[in-house]
Design a protein around this ligand. Sequence first.
Ligand SMILES: [Zn+2]
Ligand SMILES: [Zn+2]
Length: 242
Amino acid sequence: MIIEFPGTRGEIEESSTEHKYHSSLIIRYKKTSALIDFGIKYNPQLINKINDFDFILITHAHPDHYIWTIEEEKRINIPVYLTKITLDYGKYKPINYRIIEGGREYRLKNMQITAYKVIHSLRCPAVGYKIKGDKTIIYAPDILDFEEDKGVVLKDVDLLIADGSSININMVRRKEGKLYGHTRIKTMIEWCKKYNIDSLIVTHCGKQIVTMDKKELAGRLEEYTEGKINVIVAYDGYRMEL
Ligand SMILES: [Zn+2]
Ligand SMILES: [Zn+2]
């Protein structure tokens, strides 16, 4: 399995050469290639070959993940999988959209895909994806927590790729008793320890990561992992083979 990050930037004003484009992920396994998320500030290298992917998966309707919320995009004619709630929220729709239901496993070419509901936004309910090939990865770029029991969702996962909006600051908000926002990298490292996930890749980078000195960042992560979890902060163009 090969993964590649065309973009790693969250919904922030700040930007750097390493985190310039909105977060998305390419996964290649056997003869299948998938793209997850296609936001407003997508990496321009994506668009010319966009229809070479087998399909696109969308996590939610925030414009940094889903261009159709605010812009028409008719150059994309491969299947775009999304929840009904995400489709209904957008002002526009992908030409070839396909509805995906949460909690159900789909076989899409060589990959097995499950969308898990996550707590993140009240207006734009989000999912995180479990993708199985020879390895199992979870992609949850915007997440406060999983709605389902993490003992189930994170069981036998090789790699968690998730939300870098905050290293350790509180980004949890509450409205009418409901929580929304983003978790902290510190908390995600604890999830990895608890559910035996060896590796964490941080994407959807927020202001803290984008503006922090690299050495200071590495020191913080080392402190949280206690050497038990391998944490990598992805950057635009980062690629790895699992
Ligand atoms: Zn986002
Ligand atoms: Zn979001």
